[in-house]
Write a protein that binds this ligand. Sequence first.
Ligand SMILES: CC(C)(COP(=O)(O)OP(=O)(O)OC[C@H]1O[C@@H](n2cnc3c(N)ncnc32)[C@H](O)[C@@H]1OP(=O)(O)O)[C@@H](O)C(=O)NCCC(=O)NCCS
Length: 379
Amino acid sequence: MAIKETKEFSRGMRDVVAAETTISFVDGENNKLYYQGYDVDDLAGRVCHDETVYLIWNGDLPNLKQLRGQQRELVGEMRLPDGIIRLLRDIPSHAHPMVVLRSLVSAMGMVDPEAEDNSLEANLRKRVRVTAWISTLIAAYYRISQGLDLLEPDPEQCLSYNFLYMFRGREPDPEEQKAMDLLLMLHTDHGMNASTFAARVTASTLADIYSATASALATLKGPLHGGANQHVMEMLEDIEHPERVDEFIDTLLDQKKRIMGFGHAVYKGEDPRAKHLRTASEVLCSRADQARFYEMSHRIETLVREKKGIFPNVDFYSASVQHALGIPKEFFTTVFAASRVAGWTAHVLEQYADNRLIRPTSKYMGLYGRKFVPLEERP
Ligand SMILES: CC(C)(COP(=O)(O)OP(=O)(O)OC[C@H]1O[C@@H](n2cnc3c(N)ncnc32)[C@H](O)[C@@H]1OP(=O)(O)O)[C@@H](O)C(=O)NCCC(=O)NCCS
């Protein structure tokens, strides 16, 4: 028996509108990104990460008093519960940092007494907590895995400063601080990307904010999403010298392999975030005596544009920027997460505020009307 299936299928759900949002807008036709109506090109280099978090969460840029207030709240929540530190100390030091982060954000849902309180008041507190905890978790896992002491955050400083300080054990200089703020600010939110969609699907079941964040982290990990930045660094390390770029890229393209850090599901041309990170990469790499990483990246960009007509995305220059900041490549995607958590939690609260269970359908392509055969009669 054949039943005619009439549902429309969009591969990868392209152009399917899954939610209404006021948080950010990815204008793929014009290669623009807006946070709460502000063009990210206007914000880049002019606002710090904490200001962007405030904007994404509250809909407006903060005044100085509001910024300080949020900073105190965030840094005040950076201390990890003892139970989480004990878990961190038991994790094998070779575990991938994204696996650790995904698992321990889930574990936070066990130790936070407010985890199951889904009131707006509790959720506003939990979004601050999970955002602050993620930065500390990444730094703490790195230091424990290296046999180093854990460091306390400085209450007078912002989240990005404290992240770099608690991770590396030395204060960022002004140029590093500027680059870190830019990097984090550019990753804060990005429309209905895969991890944000995952967070919203989980939130739409009215599961708690830690469950939604764990779903988002699991989704961010893949190389077609946030995991791409680590793969870009691996490619740069494989290439080694700028003179080897052409041969290396030609081989990848001949083999029809994907070049990590290139292409985008929405932007038709250049990802607006990439150009800001390109500039940061040039400055930081030359200062850190790593000019070859910028040179290789720039040559790859030129070649891939010429030969394939595709442009770098946010992950491409993020790799050389993070490398110049002294962050090991295995941690690159966790830094993406440390920023994007502000966007995820904003979307989770937006979903709760006007919720309907997200439950798409599928186009059935299988068989119909098969005759059942009992176990003992099957050949
Ligand atoms: C991001 C990405 C998944 C978007 O993919 P998409 O919009 O679904 O595009 P498709 O996978 O349908 O690819 C369209 C075409 O472009 C090609 N393409 C896309 N990205 C490519 C890349 N990075 N390198 C080489 N070719 C690429 C595909 O091979 C395909 O070519 P074809 O039509 O000849 O088969 C894709 O560009 C990609 O895999 N990029 C590399 C991973 C990455 O950097 N991810 C981070 C995203 S921010």
